[in-house]
Design a protein around this ligand. Structure first.
Ligand SMILES: NC(=O)c1ccc[n+]([C@@H]2O[C@H](COP(=O)([O-])OP(=O)(O)OC[C@H]3O[C@@H](n4cnc5c(N)ncnc54)[C@H](O)[C@@H]3O)[C@@H](O)[C@H]2O)c1
Length: 331
């Protein structure tokens, strides 16, 4: 198939491209390199079945051409990372709402298969765990710009389902939980690459809040497996799926596991959310996916452990540090 990936030079986009090329698909990627990087695509940029456009999804003319030539569109381009979202709320909302609207409108016009990437953030402060796809979304007040990201992705979901129901667009929505692995950077507020880098450079490990909040970390290769499975399963059209790992760990536990793994002498320090982000910043205590729907529809089965994730991220970060490169991509 000819597959168009928006945000293809990002963390997940670059891993997904590698996998799709290995499966003999043709991949065209568009990325404005706002948080992605050419380093992420360096290993396959000259692949004969790969084309890269350093451009924005807001270039409607180019996007119309690319969508026209594609069999499938995988929409990953978005403003991401808690830090970036709090610092640049206008860009976040515009990219995630208006950008996705362009992708959906063009795909609908040509009746192309689309995968839209949403996020576990849409569950907000819900305390009904684990989160399943039809649960209520419990968001905080609009004065807290953190919820702008969740809302913008929720609008993407509403719009995708509206296109499906009204115009028969073959669309699937994936709600990603914390996805981690090589090439992810801590620059925009991602916890795992930040801790690994701090441990390897013997800097203090900076825990925000009490560290008792917990998350489930999924290896990017497991998530890419899920994307490929969805592409091969027409039953997923018009549906929403959680994709993530179900093993939960507190942020304190994560810091300790990284310190143990690396043998670092870094100390753990604590910073209140109000200092780390903005006054009034709200975090959610737990976030656990119910992945039974993904398992039932397409056999989704994340197998990579947190140990393996840490080992892969440590390898990648060691190489980056050795080459004196800044962390290459974001998230
Ligand atoms: N990594 C996670 O834990 C996670 C969790 C939930 C959802 N997601 C979603 O997955 C998708 C991919 O995220 P990621 O983790 O790979 O982050 P990423 O920042 O590495 O990828 C996003 C890519 O989109 C590009 N981009 C942004 N605006 C663009 C524009 N206007 N035109 C073209 N390209 C643009 C960026 O340069 C970047 O390469 C995003 O939609 C994100 O919301 C990721």
């Amino acid at each position: 198939m000819h597959i168009l990936i928006t945000g293809g030079a990002g963390f997940i986009g670059s891993h997904l491209t590698e996998r799709l090329l290995s499966l003999d698909h043709h991949v065209v990627a568009i990325d404005d390199l706002s948080t992605g990087s050419v380093a992420n695509i360096a290993s396959f940029r000259s692949h004969p079945a790969y084309t890269f456009h350093a451009d924005s999804i807001f270039n409607r003319h180019l996007m119309a051409e690319l969508v026209d030539m594609a069999d499938v569109v995988i929409h990953l381009a978005a403003a991401v990372g808690v830090k970036r979202i709090v610092e640049f709320p206008v860009q976040t909302i515009e990219t995630n709402v208006a950008g996705s609207e362009i992708v959906l409108a063009l795909a609908s016009k040509k009746h192309k298969r689309v995968l839209i990437t949403s996020t576990s953030e849409v569950y907000g402060k819900s305390t009904k765990l684990p989160f399943s796809e039809t649960d209520d979304l419990v968001l905080g007040p609009t004065v807290n710009s953190r919820w702008g990201y969740a809302c913008s992705k929720a609008i993407d979901e509403f719009l995708s389902l509206a296109y499906h129901r009204e115009r028969h667009l073959p669309v699937t929505i994936v709600r990603l939980f914390n996805t981690v692995g090589p090439r992810q950077t801590g620059q925009y507020g991602m916890v795992l690459p930040t801790f690994v880098r701090q441990a390897l450079t013997t800097q203090p490990i900076t825990v925000y809040g009490t560290g008792e909040q917990s998350r489930c970390f999924g290896h990017v290769h497991d998530i890419v497996d899920g994307f490929v499975q969805i592409l091969n399963c027409d039953r997923t059209i018009g549906q929403i799926f959680n994709l993530g790992n179900t093993t939960e760990i507190s942020i304190n536990g994560l810091a300790r596991q990284i310190i143990d793994f690396t043998g670092s002498t870094s100390a753990i320090t604590y910073t209140p959310y109000s200092e780390a982000y903005a006054p009034g910043f709200e975090d959610m205590n737990r976030r656990v996916p119910d992945i039974s729907k993904a398992r039932e529809y397409f056999g989704f089965n994340p197998t990579r452990s947190l140990d393996q994730i840490i080992a892969d991220v440590v390898d990648y970060t060691r190489t980056s540090l050795h080459n004196h490169q800044p962390q290459s991509s974001p998230v």
